[in-house]
Design a protein around this ligand. Structure first.
Ligand SMILES: Cc1cc2nc3c(=O)[nH]c(=O)nc-3n(C[C@H](O)[C@H](O)[C@H](O)COP(=O)(O)OP(=O)(O)OC[C@H]3O[C@@H](n4cnc5c(N)ncnc54)[C@H](O)[C@@H]3O)c2cc1C
Length: 304
């Protein structure tokens, strides 16, 4: 009989790899919400990743890819499939001339630190975004007037069949908080960012300035997944939510942040159902008050 745990164990043999069955996803999301993943695997290298993909596809097992879980709401029932976490095996960074190259599992903050160390400018905007390089490409993450699209030179991705392609930003169709990576079922392996030689002091002071702006405006003292909704054209989601009278509004343990209405926070042991209940209420009220349809920026995983 097929034994998933044993089969995965026989694939994940490198030093950096690990496997956990029934792993609570609340441990792996910045919301600190989410039931168990059937299998949680962290491949140590590309060979192990492609073997896991082959297994999932061959057996018809659902799978998903996880970065730092900072843009993710996982169902209270969890995810009945294989979560492929891009962690230690894909967490590395280096520079080549003024190019910053990093593995998909590397945190943006660590990649930005290396850019600073090498006096390279252009990546300061990403230092405070709590995601990985892979997650940032999927979302075309951005802040304070810059986004991944502006600096991406190329990315290596793995297809569902385990083929590796090198693609440009254009080929990845990077747009406002979107890319074609999920629809093409690509897995980001690594990415290169075209930066410019700069002044270390200027880079440090820009990073400090942006960090201070985040601390001042964002509810960083609570668990969340950042901006809950995308910015509707011509509006700001936070302002629409505040104008709809929803500042501080709660459903169970989930709350519209009193500091920044664009953030739904895990105020007090919120469940995914609380967050979704609150998001639906926000959408309805904002639509009724302003006619604007809000779209979730946070991605959902599992059954809701
Ligand atoms: C406090 C806070 C502040 C934030 N500020 C910002 C901000 O200023 N700007 C901004 O854009 N975002 C912001 N975010 C949201 C979030 O950090 C970004 O969207 C980030 O890019 C997500 O990266 P991640 O690694 O956490 O991705 P995850 O949340 O782990 O995954 C997001 C999506 O990407 C997919 N994915 C992840 N890695 C890969 C991979 N290697 N290959 C293929 N698919 C993959 C996942 O399947 C999922 O669909 C903030 C979040 C928080 C909690």
């Amino acid at each position: 009989m097929f034994d998933l745990e044993q089969t995965l164990k026989s694939i994940l043999v490198s030093e950096n790899a690990y496997l956990r069955m029934n792993e609570p996803m609340a441990r792996h999301t910045t919301f600190r919400i989410g039931g168990p993943a059937g299998a949680f695997v962290s491949p140590g290298n590309e060979e192990e990743l492609s073997a896991v993909l082959r297994l999932c596809r061959g057996r018809g097992l659902p799978y998903t890819v996880l970065g730092n879980g900072s843009n993710l709401l996982v169902s209270d029932k969890g995810y009945d499939g294989v979560v492929i976490a891009m962690e230690d095996g894909f967490a590395w960074r280096r520079t080549e001339g003024s190019c910053l190259i990093a593995g998909a599992g590397e945190l943006l903050s660590r990649a930005a630190s290396l850019a600073l160390e090498r006096s390279l400018t252009g990546f300061e905007f990403a230092a405070g975004i709590p995601g990985t390089v892979g997650g940032a490409l999927v979302m075309n993450a951005g802040a304070y007037g810059s986004e991944i699209k502006d600096v991406l030179a190329w990315a290596r991705v793995m297809t569902e069949e385990g083929r590796v392609l090198t693609l440009s930003g254009e080929e990845l169709e990077l747009g406002y908080r979107t890319s074609c990576i999920p629809s093409r079922h690509y897995i980001v392996l690594e990415a290169a960012f075209r930066l410019l030689p700069g002044e270390k002091d200027a880079i440090v002071s820009r990073m400090k300035e942006l960090a201070a702006r985040r601390r001042e405006k964002q509810p960083l003292e609570y668990h969340s997944a950042g901006s809950t909704f995308k910015r509707p054209e011509g509006y700001f989601a936070g302002k629409l939510i505040e104008d709809a009278g929803l500042k501080g509004c709660r459903v169970g343990g989930a709350q519209v942040s009193e500091k920044h209405c664009g953030f739904v926070i895990n105020r007090d042991n919120a469940t995914a159902a609380d967050v979704i209940g609150l998001c639906n209420h926000i959408k309805e009220r904002v639509k009724a008050m302003s006619g604007v349809e809000l779209e979730m920026e946070v991605k959902k995983l599992g059954e809701f």
